[in-house]
Design a protein around this ligand. Sequence first.
Ligand code: AHN
Ligand code: ZN
Length: 353
Amino acid sequence: MPAVAWRLLSAAGKQNKNIFVMIKTLLAYIIISAALCACGGKNKANDTAGASAAEPCGPVFNADSAYSYCAAQCDFGPRVMNSEAHERCGEWIAGRFEAYGMTVTRQKAVLRGYDGTQLKSTNIIASHKPERKERVMICAHWDTRPWADNDPDSANHRKPVLGANDGASGVAVMLEVARLLSSADSLSVGVDFVCFDAEDWGVPSWSDVRDDGNSFALGAQYWAANPHVKGYKPRFGVLLDMVGGQGARFYREAFSMQYAPGVVEKVWDAAELLGFGSYFPVENGGMISDDHVPVNQIAGIPTIDIVPYYPECEASSFGPTWHTVHDDMSHIDRNTLQAVGQTVVQVLFSEGE
Ligand code: AHN
Ligand code: ZN
């Protein structure tokens, strides 16, 4: 019996030996604890709220902090494979997770790009409470695209993308969640933050090479075939791709619906509960070949993709700055980071043991 219940009981016992008072006290405890949080975790912030199906739980996600993690990555410059900025930023990311008490694995491999380039790839895996068996995986790619091949100005098509949104934003949300976990005591599961490398070396639009559909997500393909822990099987995974853009709306992505419909429902319900329903319409978006596809198909981990869909955007359904030289901090919106980040916190803290 939890200490609180025992104290209540003994107090009742001292005041009045009547067994009925003790039973009443015990019943009151059971009702109150059921009402506190339908979440798996033991949230402190909502102790006074009344009973309902589910309630907000977990710490407050700080969007300013996430924004600064986004900017810090951009300050290295484009994190293009085989570049010094890439190398240095990778160490910075690993160092941040280590500072938040996570166990960090650097999974290095030389991968072959569509054009034969040897890519020095590092998947960075940061584990919170690695001894726990019950786990959830959060993931995002950390490399940035070498070519802004969707820029409105074709003179920019061979220039690198800074990747404030496409690269930095997902890692920024993960780092902020990791920072919160380092001082949280009410989480029931272990969490692995997986930063995939070599996501964005996919065949550029100006190349004559035909894309076989596997030229993106090279780091995720490698990890899915060689997970950092043998037989790694978290309950589910959530991929964060481009989660900081202005005007972003996260529609239900088709591979996610195919492989992990229950996880989609869990995440969209969490967003709705928190008042972020407008960011997460319960409507279908596109079918996106992204890091979650090998994670589902090769590793067999039910994993969804939180990825924006702009039905009205001419330039790209991923939004106006996608694979352009304008994917910089001036188009990052803290409100988008907040909606996604708080939703991730909710999902994690509502997992039971
Ligand atoms: C396709 O363009 C088919 N998938 C998008 C994967 C991606 C690139 N995510 C970010 N950059
Ligand atoms: Zn990209």
